[in-house]
Design a protein. Structure first.
Length: 436
């Protein structure tokens, strides 16, 4: 019976999640139940230890600061100005508003790192603009959903911070490793939108009035809108990748910089600052509670022999490194259809890392592929968080059918990027080697 305890843990966890119990409480409940079976009343001391470990983990202290940076930017007028500047330059071309939306998502992802914040902020501006000029609804929906998911892989990303903590890796190295793949994914998204709109201009017609805007006005708006976020991105990533600041310190630089920009543009009232602080506390508490629950779950899973069970299973399969990667990524892809990203990271990373190291696989390379697959899970049903984020702000005429149809090409592009990184590891590992 004890050999089946790890499998029963997963079965009960998925049952609780399907019943609608929050992921954090599902993890804690399953851990407590099976911990009682294994350790009796001593389990409560061990669970308190897991809670203490999560709450005192220095690596995770960067999370609230990155969240605060995104919350302040979300409530400032920076995103609106940036989108207007991109529209002025690109809106006069077929698909220009969709390209502007994708670029906006990429820049805002590099300023925020939170998928939900990126998608909702950009979507609330982009949906009315694209609908006004007759853009195809599935193209609009797919662009916003895929663009929002860039917050997973373009640094600074909250998921990278959590992953690094679970895998005992350097946050700076992981940020450096995801930089080129994240930019390449953005480029592939832009190429797809551009080529498709050139082939079928009726999907995304140009906006004639934007072509008549004087060059001087375009340059003025661009300097005011583009320069501040690029300076913020440079301050956050540059200070960390140059070794000037730790991830937590660079996150503090980002939060301070976002507040300073909002103050300079006269967008930082006391009410908005209070809203940003409340949102930061709420999101951080949610993440940390899931981290604590995931730490408890993986500890009990390991104590029940789950790690040995999986290791024996993989050893019996006798998979080479590449086949092992594909097998583990398939598990992540399937789990992403029913679990959110933080649950996937907390449950599977501690289980996978011993297998990855035993097979001689570069953990940084593996981590980047893991991020790409987790990003894909944002678009894959039935959970598809990006689609539910979009639905919360979409007009009634934009249905789930439009959204699912729109994200399919972007899922294919994400899987293509995974194949590129698998075939060319240097895309992920070259920059960390040079910097660190």
């Amino acid at each position: 019976m004890s050999d089946f305890l790890p499998l029963l843990m997963f079965a009960l966890l998925f049952l609780f999640i399907f019943l609608g119990i929050p992921v954090s409480f599902s993890l804690i409940s399953v851990s407590a139940l099976f911990g009682l079976l294994l350790f009796g009343e001593n389990i409560f001391q061990q669970m308190f230890g897991a809670l203490l470990q999560a709450s005192t983990n220095f690596t995770l202290s960067a999370i609230p600061l990155f969240v605060l940076m995104g919350a302040i930017l979300e409530r400032s007028g920076l995103a609106r100005r940036l989108y207007q500047a991109l529209q002025l330059w690109l809106g006069g071309f077929p698909g220009g508003l969709a390209v502007s939306t994708m670029l906006m998502c990429g820049i805002f992802a590099a300023s925020s790192g939170i998928v939900g914040a990126v998608e909702i902020v950009v979507g609330m501006m982009a949906i009315p603009a694209m609908a006004k000029y007759g853009y195809d609804r599935s193209l609009s929906a797919g662009t916003i959903c895929a663009g929002g998911s860039l917050g997973t892989i373009i640094p600074p990303s909250v998921i990278v911070v959590v992953y690094a903590s679970m895998a005992q890796l350097s946050i700076g190295q992981l940020f450096a490793a995801t930089l080129f793949p994240g930019l390449l994914m953005l480029v592939l998204f832009l190429v797809y939108i551009g080529v498709r709109c050139l082939i079928t201009p009726s999907l995304a017609p140009p906006v004639p009035e934007l072509q008549a805007v004087p060059l001087a006005e375009k340059l003025k708006v661009t300097l005011q809108a583009l320069l501040p976020p690029f300076l913020l991105i440079f301050a956050v990533l540059g200070s960390m990748l140059a070794g000037i600041a730790s991830p937590t310190e660079s996150a503090a630089v980002g939060a301070f910089g976002a507040a300073l920009l909002a103050l300079c543009f006269r967008e930082l009232s006391l009410a908005r600052l209070a809203e940003a602080l409340v949102a930061t506390i709420r999101i951080t508490a949610m993440i940390m509670l899931i981290v604590a629950g995931g730490t408890m779950f993986t500890g009990i899973f390991a104590a029940a022999g789950g790690g040995w069970l999986l290791a024996d299973f993989m050893r019996d399969l006798a998979l080479g490194p590449y086949w092992l990667i594909l097998a583990l990524m398939l598990i992540v892809l399937l789990a992403g259809m029913v679990l959110d990203w933080i649950s996937i990271v907390l449950i599977f990373v501690p289980i996978f890392m011993p297998l990855v190291k035993a097979a001689g696989i570069d953990p940084i390379w593996f981590a980047v592929m893991f991020m790409v697959v987790v990003q894909t899970s944002y678009l894959t049903p039935p959970l598809a968080p990006s689609i539910f984020y979009l639905k919360s702000i979409a007009p009634p005429d934009m249905g789930y059918g439009d959204m699912y149809k729109g994200v399919l090409p972007f899922i294919a592009i994400q899987l293509l990027l995974f194949a590129i990184i698998l075939a060319w590891p240097d895309l992920a590992t070259w920059l960390p080697r040079q910097l660190f």
